[in-house]
Design a protein around this ligand. Structure first.
Ligand code: ZN
Length: 107
């Protein structure tokens, strides 16, 4: 099944399920093939790194991937979690817009 990706890098999203439910963050990366995304400061995973020449080592926190299906887009205009809809613009193009305030999300 192919789902249309409505979440992109730099979007603000809300986590709707799982242990990080309710958290909001900026999308750092989307992996459409796996249906996953990295969200800034959400689902942090601790990793131990070994000391190297440049660093002392220790515990590093990194974002772990979240399922795209557990994320909802936050509208930058009305700040509500929404399912973005697409509106055709002609010439095969379309733009995302908010179903609540009807503002376009892509500037
Ligand atoms: Zn809106």
């Amino acid at each position: 099944m192919k789902t249309k990706l409505n979440i992109k890098k730099d979007d603000r999203v809300l986590v709707t399920t799982g242990k990080e439910k309710g958290k909001v963050g900026k999308v750092l990366k989307v992996d459409p093939a796996k249906g996953k995304a990295l969200v800034e400061k959400v689902n942090l995973i601790k990793r131990h790194s070994r000391p190297t020449k440049g660093s002392k080592g220790g515990v590093v926190e990194k974002e772990g991937p979240l399922n795209l299906s557990n994320l909802m887009l936050l509208c930058p205009k009305c700040n509500e979690p929404v399912r973005a809809a697409r509106r055709p613009l002609g010439e095969g193009k379309s733009a995302r817009y908010c179903k609540k305030c009807e503002e376009f999300m892509d500037s």
